[in-house]
Structures are given as structure tokens and as C-alpha cells.
Ligand binder design. Structure first.
Ligand code: KIV
Length: 262
């Protein structure tokens, strides 16, 4: 059996130039498919709020919801590293609260790491977590929990700030950093500067790896897809075909038949 991916595997991959594949999952069946399909890092993202709970942002997601979803995702995996996303206000109020919440993910779910949004502003928190033995994936650029502060979901172009945030989270001990919604040339520069792997989403092809939201990739969602998404399947359409056929069969007495009866 292939060994479990760890932060050391990811460091080796960056050194060798092997691309890291990350994908979100929120439940057992899709986490199992992702794990069996060779995804290296499964992120239980707080995008849960948008693609599973139907909200327009991620701000309302709670710790208890993330614990529940991370636990069922971790249960489905044998190979991928599972990263739990820290929801809004689970780490911003104090380092102590952040540590306690990050610790819950490792103690209660089977996740091997946590992710949090922010650069220099959360470096002290990242430092405390890594000192406590909790691997942290940072997330800079377009940080959806700051949607109101950014004035919407906007591409972030302040190169000096992005580089300084990237250096700051690396110095604080993050094992990786998600670069979201930034120009490809800035992502290339950050990727060349850092020794930790960069994982891009809407950050071009030069990152050490890529991450996508599984509902976008599989065409499950009816939300507007951002430019950076490539849709690899149309599961929403397939599901509607199946469900409509079931509705018709029941209404026409075509299901169940003798073959489905005792
Ligand atoms: O919540 C999420 O799914 C994320 C990824 C898009 C990086 O943060």
C-alpha cells in the first residue's frame, strides 16, 4: 500500500519538482474517490459554507461543523494527507483560542494539519501552533474570510505585500502556503523564493501544486464558476437525469417492479 502523505513528502515533492495535487472534500464518498484517485492533500475547506450549505460566503461555518466534516473525510482516506480549514473567528481572537481549536482538529478528527487565512497578521499564531506540534498550511492573497474587508472576491495584486506575507508565514513555520487569486507572475516569484511548497488556486501554473473545490471540478454546483476553474465532469446534469427518471418511473408505476420486491 502507498504510504500516507506527510509534510515531508510534500517538501520532497517540491525539491524534486513533482506537482502536488490538492482537492477539497466534505464527505466520505467523495473523499474516498479523491483518495483512491491519487490526490495528495485533501482539504476540508470552509468553502463548505458555499458549496454544501448554500451560503454566499464562508463566514457562518462553525468549528463543530468543520469537526464533523473533517472526521468523516479523514475516515475515508488511507493515502492522502487531510488538512482541516479553520473557520472564521476560530483563530483570530487570541493565540490561546486558536491553539485550542487547532488542537481539536488533530485530537478529534484524524486531520494531520490545519489551514488558516492571513499572512504577517497571523504569523504569531502559526508560530505557536507549529511549536505545539500542529502543522499549519497558510493561505494568502484572496482570503475569502476577509470578503468584506477586501470589498468582494477580488484578485490581489500588491506584490510587495504578497511577498512579505509569504516570507512571514514561512518564517513562522508554515509547512505550505495556499496562494489564492493572485497574478501568475507574482505566484512564480513567491514559489521561487520560498522553500515550502506553494499551492495555487487562481494563481497560475508556476505554483508547486494546485487546489480546486471538488464541486466546481465535478460540475455539481450551480454557482457561477470563477475563471480559474476547469470543470472536468458534469455531475449535476447526470444527477438530474437520474432523479428525473426515478420521478417518472414512480409516477408511471414502472418502479418498483417484481425485481425490486420481496
Ligand atoms: O475553503 C476552501 O475550500 C479553500 C480552498 C479554496 C483553498 O480555502
Amino acid at each position: 500500500m502507498t504510504p500516507r502523505i506527510t509534510i515531508n513528502t510534500l517538501f520532497d515533492m517540491k525539491r524534486k519538482g513533482d506537482k502536488i495535487v490538492s482537492l477539497t472534500a466534505y464527505d466520505y464518498p467523495f473523499a474516498k474517490i479523491a483518495d483512491e484517485s491519487g490526490v495528495h492533500v485533501i482539504l476540508v475547506g470552509d468553502s463548505l459554507g458555499m458549496v454544501v450549505q448554500g451560503d454566499t460566503h464562508t463566514l457562518s461555518v462553525t468549528m463543530d461543523e468543520m469537526i464533523y466534516h473533517t472526521r468523516i473525510v479523514a475516515r475515508a482516506t488511507q493515502h492522502a494527507m487531510v488538512v482541516a480549514d479553520m473557520p472564521f473567528m476560530s483563530y483570530q481572537t487570541s493565540v490561546e483560542t486558536a491553539l485550542a481549536n487547532a488542537g481539536r482538529f488533530l485530537k478529534e478528527t484524524g486531520a494531520a494539519a490545519v489551514k488558516l487565512e492571513g499572512g504577517a497578521a497571523v504569523s504569531a499564531t502559526i508560530k505557536a501552533m507549529t511549536a505545539a506540534g500542529i502543522p499549519v498550511q497558510a493561505h494568502i492573497g484572496l482570503t475569502p474570510q476577509s470578503v468584506h474587508q477586501m470589498g468582494g472576491y477580488r484578485v490581489q495584486r500588491d506584490e510587495a505585500r504578497l511577498l512579505s506575507d509569504a516570507r512571514s508565514v514561512e518564517a513562522a513555520g508554515a509547512f505550505s502556503v495556499v496562494l489564492e487569486g493572485i497574478p501568475a507572475d507574482i505566484a512564480r516569484e513567491i514559489t521561487g523564493t520560498l522553500t515550502i511548497p506553494t499551492i495555487g488556486i487562481g494563481a497560475g501554473p508556476h505554483c508547486d501544486g494546485q487546489v480546486l473545490v471538488i464541486h466546481d471540478l465535478l460540475g455539481i454546483t450551480d454557482r457561477h464558476l470563477p475563471k480559474f476553474v476547469k470543470q472536468y465532469a458534469s455531475l449535476r446534469q447526470q444527477a438530474a437525469i437520474g432523479i428525473k427518471a426515478y420521478v417518472q418511473d414512480v409516477q408511471n408505476n414502472a418502479f418498483p417492479t417484481e425485481a425490486h420486491s420481496y
